[in-house]
Design a protein around this ligand. Structure first.
Ligand code: NAD
Ligand code: UGA
Length: 465
């Protein structure tokens, strides 16, 4: 291979493709990055002059887009042309859980990956390095290889190398994660291609953070990393329930446990359950693969991580209803936070969705506030997840001003840990709400002493205070 990388194509301008290519474009100003997507309206948003209208909200992203867009960073629907030009192609499309057919509810839906591989096979020219950035079942590279080579059997002008280079960024912290990664994982068997990809990262990442493995280790490491992270959350969440029964405080337990250097303090925050598009999907995928290889005990082990997460999520609405005298019918509840975590506009698998649906089912009236999530997004999540025959129209409302949600409210539920929820004027809130005024803190961000001062009835996850 005698390649020099001048043009990079990224297929998929989503939560990973957009921010990742933006950071790469900022680090490699001599390379042109073409981020393509079949979704026209998404590309229009990426090209919007109004930087608050980008399809992805990430701290620091808009500033970088402004610096690099239309210089060496281009967003378009020109899939064919961008593939033809590129020496290096990142596949960054979605790999959600299959909804129907074989493996429904468990296996990853590979139809977008296959479509990409076919497009690359058809339009690529000369030597091309194809990089799996999407999170994929172990052995996917084999399928991609098969498609690329079988569609070009007689074409000796085209050469492909397939690498796995999974992404480990966490939403809300994407730019920082991309600029300061813990590690860069590159799996493959073509050392020259690996070195070319490595050379891109070496512009800002230390060599000792770049890990070369075989393809299958790389694919499986990504699934395993997400499974381990999710497992920690389920572990701490299971203990949060025990704290509520025993008088132990989950924050104190997390701190004490996390100070053991063998355990470490990250990812020990109790919560209403993990959300986001990946943890559940990747765990389900791992479970599916284990079952496929008849490793049912291993599959059952990882299934428990999901079970605890669903149980924890369900627990919240039950506790809210019980505390509020067993009925929330027509009671007004302020929901603070709808995104699956702070600093993102992403609501996929957000724990807020099921909590809100349960409350709506009990007849509660919700005013939902989130600084980054739009009303139509909430509407879509509710519509996608509710029972088809139920209509919750008129029962919930998205408010733009947080204090509007407190007017005559019976309760407040904090579901996302947005920074602004930590600086509320509880004196004013107390004057706006009905009595008793319940506050449910599922993210442990409030100061109980301040709330006690204004006679709130506070319930905090994993606490008896
Ligand atoms: P996303 O849904 O936000 O974006 C995927 C994009 O790909 C969509 O805009 C879709 O229109 C586009 N697309 C699909 N098929 C296409 C095709 N054939 N041609 C052109 N465009 C096409 O998904 P995402 O959150 O960016 O995740 C992408 C992958 O990265 C997934 O495999 C995910 O597991 C993995 N991942 C996600 C994160 C995260 O934080 N979201 C982090 C690490 C890894
Ligand atoms: C996660 C991983 O952290 C990334 O490394 C990975 O690249 C990504 O999935 C992916 O593959 O998609 P992300 O889901 O964006 O990133 O965000 P996290 O910070 O991991 O949070 C996931 C969920 O867990 C959120 O709902 C969050 O509130 C919850 N969480 C996180 C807890 O409940 N407690 C914690 O201590 C940490």
């Amino acid at each position: 291979m005698t390649l020099k990388v001048k043009n990079v194509c990224c297929i998929g301008a989503g939560f990973v493709g957009g921010p990742t290519m933006t950071v790469l474009a900022n680090k490699c100003k001599d390379i042109v990055f073409h981020v393509v997507d079949k979704d026209k309206s998404k590309i229009e948003q990426w090209n919007s002059q109004d930087l608050s209208d980008l399809p992805v909200y990430e701290p620091g992203l808009a500033e970088l887009i402004e610096k690099r867009r239309d210089k060496n960073l281009f967003f378009s629907n020109l899939v064919k042309e961008s593939i033809s030009k590129a020496e290096l192609i990142f596949i960054c499309v979605n790999t959600p859980t299959k909804k129907s057919g074989i493996g429904a509810g468990k296996a990853s839906d590979m139809k977008w990956i296959e479509a990409c591989a076919r497009e690359v096979a058809t339009y690529a020219e000369g030597e091309t390095i194809v990089v799996e950035k999407s999170t994929l079942p172990v052995k996917t590279a084999e399928t991609i290889k098969k498609i690329l080579f079988s569609l070009n059997k007689e074409n000796y002008d085209k050469k492909f190398s397939i690498l796995s280079n999974p992404e480990f960024l966490a939403e809300g912290n994407a730019i920082n994660d991309l600029e300061n990664p813990d590690r860069i994982l590159i799996g493959g068997d073509d050392n020259e291609a690996i070195s070319l990809l490595e050379a891109i990262y070496l512009r800002w990442v230390d060599k000792n953070k770049i890990l070369r493995t075989n393809l299958w280790s790389s694919e499986l490491s990504k699934l395993t990393a997400n499974a381990f992270l999710a497992q920690r959350i389920s572990s701490i969440n299971s203990i949060s329930a025990l704290c509520e029964k025993t008088g132990a405080e989950i924050k104190e337990v997390s701190k004490a446990v996390g100070m053991d250097s063998r355990i470490g303090s990250n990812f020990l925050s109790a919560s209403p359950g993990f959300g986001g598009s990946c943890f559940k999907k990747d765990l389900l995928n791992l479970i599916y693969i284990c079952n496929y290889y008849n490793l049912d005990v291993v599959a059952d082990y990882w299934q428990k991580v999901i079970d605890i997460n669903e149980w924890q999520n369900k627990r919240i609405s039950k506790i809210v209803t019980e505390k509020m005298f067993g009925t929330i019918y027509k009671k007004k509840i302020a929901i603070l936070g709808f995104s699956f975590k702070a600093n993102t506009n992403d609501t996929r698998e957000s724990p807020a969705i099921n909590v809100c649906l349960d409350l709506l089912e009990e007849g509660a009236m919700l005013k939902i506030y989130d600084p980054r999530v739009k009303s139509n997004q909430i509407e879509q999540e509710i519509a996608n997840n509710k029972d088809k025959n139920i209509n919750y129209e008129g029962q919930w409302l998205k408010v733009e001003n947080i204090y509007e949600s407190f007017n005559e409210a019976d309760a407040i539920i904090i579901l996302t840990e947005w920074q602004e929820f930590q600086n509320l004027n509880w004196k004013e809130i107390s004057s706006l709400m009905k009595k008793p005024s319940w506050v449910f803190d599922t993210r442990l961000i409030l100061n109980p002493e301040i709330l006690n001062q204004y006679n709130f009835d506070l319930w905090s996850l994993g606490s008896t205070q």
